[in-house]
Design a protein around this ligand. Structure first.
Ligand code: ATP
Length: 326
């Protein structure tokens, strides 16, 4: 029998477009199922501090199209130690919350797994991160919007690169994963894509640039993920200029524009489906899992697996991008 009467929902870690659409779906499905909902502000830190308010259907009106998160997000050092987590548990029991839905990335699920283990408290996770680096879902909420933002920016930069005969080295987000770089690189026809999953050989890169130059390619775009072993856009530019100064190079670090903005239709739909599924799963007695979508099916993956079995990029796509850029 279902004993859950009240749930708490929070967003944690880096914000991602589509988090609001997920909050909306969670709140409305929960209300439809006669559950009470507490919106917890500023992630785990807000939970420790008891920052929460009751949410009704109208609390989530007119937010599906908005970037960021109305619940705010934060990183919490306190939640990393057992004293902080004890405070969080006390706030949950004090407010009669029976289960949590957390929207975030791998750090958020690591914290959720530890908390569940310590207090046997039911938690369900939704993949909300632009990084797309979680196992158990084809796409994370926010990834599609982030890529489209990068594509729009790179298209604009290419106009200048072409008009002024310049080689632009554009750094995109991705400390550990090259998903954003790879997909946006393919979509913009980048000449080179540098990702952490594949070793970057600068001599090879320079050889290819020389080849391009001989073919009268006077401008170009190199997309580099921030976590690439080359050291990032500044280092790539420095090493190119050192050995081959025919190209006038420019650097562009796209930075935080990649996180914000109105979510794409794809992110809104994904967030809505996963938000709905998270409540249904909780009511079926599931917890300790992340809900995701794989091959159009909604599935649940234990936190442990979603974090540790990191998805790897499809290296074949990298090869295809090379062929298409000859
Ligand atoms: P993003 O992928 O966007 O960075 P994330 O969820 O990975 O999102 P983190 O800052 O890594 O973001 O994690 C969010 C929060 O989860 C942390 O601020 C911390 O409170 C909690 N957390 C992370 N790791 C642990 C851990 N080992 N133990 C307890 N809590 C943790």
């Amino acid at each position: 029998m279902n004993t859950i009467k009240k749930i708490g929902v929070l967003t944690s870690g880096g914000d991602a477009p589509g988090m609001n659409a997920a909050i909306r779906a969670i709140v409305r499905t929960a209300i439809y199922e006669n559950l009470e909902v507490a919106g917890i502000f500023r992630g785990y830190q807000g939970l420790i501090n008891g920052e929460m308010k009751s949410m009704k259907s109208h609390s989530v009106s007119n937010i599906i199209q908005r970037g960021g998160t109305i619940l705010k997000s934060a990183r919490s050092e306190e939640f990393r130690n057992s004293k902080g987590r004890k405070k969080a548990y006390q706030k949950l029991t004090k407010n009669n919350i029976d289960a949590l839905v957390v929207i975030g990335g791998d750090g958020t699920f690591t914290g959720a797994r530890i908390f569940e283990e310590e207090y046997d408290f039911p938690i369900i996770g939704l993949p909300g991160t632009i990084d797309n680096d979680l196992y158990g879902t084809d796409y994370t909420i926010g990834y599609d919007t982030a890529i489209n933002t990068v594509v729009q920016a790179v298209d604009k930069i290419r106009d200048t690169a072409d008009s002024h005969d310049r080689l632009f080295i554009i750094e995109v987000m991705g400390r550990d994963a090259g998903f954003i770089a790879l997909r946006s690189g393919i979509a913009t026809g980048a000449e080179k894509i540098l990702v952490p999953e594949s070793k970057t050989y600068m001599d090879n890169l320079i050889r290819l640039l020389k080849h391009d130059w001989r073919k009268n390619k006077t401008s170009g775009i190199i997309i580099v993920a921030e976590g690439d072993d080359s050291g990032g856009a500044f280092e790539v530019a420095r090493r190119i200029n050192e050995k081959f100064d025919q190209y006038e190079t420019r650097i562009s670090i796209l930075g935080h524009i990649q996180r914000g903005g109105s979510p794409t239709a794809m992110d809104r739909v994904l967030a809505s489906l996963l938000g709905y599924a998270s409540i249904k799963s909780l009511l079926e007695g599931k917890h300790g899992v992340m809900v995701g979508q794989v091959n159009k099916e909604i599935i649940q993956t234990p936190f442990e697996k979603s974090i540790k079995h990191h998805r790897t990029i499809n290296l074949e796509l990298l090869e295809i991008s090379r062929i298409l850029a000859i």
